[in-house]
Write a protein that binds this ligand. Structure first.
Ligand code: ADP
Ligand code: MG
Length: 386
């Protein structure tokens, strides 16, 4: 992303230079899938792709915002912020502004310009990076102070209520609080977290399968319902539990007879995945990449066989990665039914890895693969002009 070009574009559009430019990253989850809504653990990194927002205050009550990606502008009055009826990109911006106002924080008119290099709609959470970047830009422009966690909650609220997407907190949390060369072991029950260093000798490679199934929403709701039902049934034996988080894999095995055949494997995925995520964080902390990688493969197998949210293209990408040079581990990441895989690859073999997996995937599926090589990056902040 060229900051100078962004500043020039702002100048050209609004006739003045921006007072500031901020950036907020996208994210990818290394392990801990479908654990967030079970009060479990996730282990994401913020990636070195971000949404940038340039801004300055106006002396009226209007916010004007331009998206360079869409070449579209929106305009609204800060005192009467309404949700646009269509699923418009501008609702992410309006929702954040509304969240600021709802907290009785100061909010003046502003000119904003958005650009970025997080791929849109491929599961790397461009939406959260946009919300958090806009929130942070407005925070600096209006001179109020929010902690990272509060900014994340405000951004999540915008997505929940203005966009109508019932996402968890992970994406906004990483956009706000990600750390350079670290993953965060985030406890979704109370939002406490631990930073886990990523050894400098590895890269995170993200492979977008190019597949998007329309089932995502209904299948997601179905899996959530299965988890709720599992907890309800298990409560008969274990009255103190409130979420699958409260069971170990051994507990579940002991009480497996309580669950019907279609629910048991769902619960098995969740309880083993929560345990795997904690063990994986330890392995990463100790620099044991082989162990971490093998837990990634286990996670994928569990998502494929027990949770049944994978698709053949994701399975293929994981199998191709397994035999590609320098790969420690691979798994699908995100909700499933398409989307991406995340791969842990030796830094000095990334080129060979990409050269092996890309053509093989294309040969077998006819789809182009465009792997994204990432490092863990810092959460939201000012973008420096280098
Ligand atoms: P993901 O978060 O995985 O990228 P989503 O569907 O949740 O996918 O969010 C993508 C949407 O976020 C886009 O369709 C658009 O509405 C909005 N968005 C993200 N980045 C930008 C941007 N730079 N400009 C305008 N809208 C954006
Ligand atoms: Mg999103």
């Amino acid at each position: 992303m060229n900051i100078h070009a962004l500043r020039d574009a702002f100048q050209e559009r609004y006739g003045v230079t921006p007072r500031l430019i901020v950036r907020a990253p996208g994210r990818v989850n290394l392990i801990g899938e479908h654990t967030d809504y079970n009060d479990g653990f996730v282990l994401p990194i913020a990636i070195d792709r971000a949404t940038f927002v340039a801004g300055r205050l106006r002396d009226d009550r209007t916010i004007r915002v331009y998206s360079a990606q869409f070449d579209l502008e929106d305009q609204f009055d800060v005192d009467t912020i309404e949700r646009l009826p269509d699923a418009s990109w501008a609702n992410y911006v309006r929702g954040v502004a509304r969240g600021i106002q709802a907290r009785d924080l100061p909010l003046a008119g502003a000119d904003l310009l958005i650009d970025g290099n997080v791929p849109l709609g491929s599961g790397l959470s461009s939406s959260a990076s946009l919300e958090v970047a806009v929130g942070y830009a407005l925070q600096l422009l209006n001179n109020f102070n929010l902690l990272g966690e509060e900014l994340a909650l405000l951004a999540q609220g915008a997505e929940n209520s203005f966009v109508g997407m019932q996402c968890g907190i992970m994406d906004q949390f990483m956009a706000a609080l990600g750390q350079f060369d670290h993953a965060l072991l985030l406890d979704c029950r109370d939002l406490s977290y631990r930073t886990i260093p990523i050894p400098p000798a590895v890269r995170i490679v993200i492979c977008d399968s190019g597949v998007r199934h329309s089932l995502v929403g209904s299948e997601y709701n179905d899996r959530r319902a299965a988890c709720t039902e599992a907890v309800r049934l298990l409560k008969a034996r274990l009255p103190k539990i409130t979420a699958l988080r409260d069971l170990s894999p051994a507990d579940l095995e002991r009480h497996a007879a309580v669950l019907p055949a279609d629910i048991l494997p769902r619960a098995q995925h969740v309880v083993t995945e929560i345990e795997r995520t904690q063990i994986a964080a330890q392995a990463l902390e100790q620099g044991d990449l082989a162990r971490f990688g093998s837990l990634m493969y286990d996670s994928h197998a569990s998502l494929r066989d027990n949770y049944e949210v994978s698709v053949p293209e994701l399975d293929l990408l994981v199998e191709l990665a397994r035999s590609a040079p320098g790969c420690y581990g691979a798994r699908m990441t995100g909700g499933g039914f398409g989307g991406s895989t995340v791969n842990l690859v030796a830094a000095d073999q990334v080129d060979a890895f990409v050269a092996a997996i890309g053509p093989a995937y294309q040969r077998q599926t006819g789809r182009q693969l465009d792997p994204l090589v990432c490092r863990a990056s810092d959460g939201v902040g000012r973008a420096s002009i280098k």
